[in-house]
Unconditional design. Structure first.
Length: 104
């Protein structure tokens, strides 16, 4: 499955637009990760725990989006957008959205 953030695929023609596809992943915060992230805020540096959560969320949301596109018979997903949002005080949501297409 070809996935791109652009609205076309170089050297390929879009034969049919199949529609919007999406994937979402919601993760709960971990109190220990929050404590260590707070320490990182004070001393500086990157929060490895949160980076892993963001990466896992991105992978899960993208995987769900691909599954939806495959069920439609798509060859590619174009115009992909990843969004990260907080839900309440302790939840993180990652969403992946794009347009499923058949290529010629």
């Amino acid at each position: 499955m070809l996935i791109t953030t652009t609205h076309s695929v170089p050297n390929k023609e879009i034969a049919q637009v199949l529609g919007l596809v999406a994937g979402e992943a919601v993760f709960g915060a971990n109190v220990f990760r929050d404590i260590f992230a707070s320490v990182r805020d004070i001393v500086g540096g990157r929060s490895g725990g949160y980076q892993k959560v963001f990466a896992s969320g991105r992978e899960a949301a993208t995987r769900d989006m691909i599954t939806e596109a495959m069920e439609l018979g798509a060859d590619a997903i174009i115009g992909v957008d990843l969004d990260y949002e907080t839900v309440g005080k302790s939840m993180l949501m990652v969403s992946a959205n794009g347009t499923a297409v058949k290529l010629r």
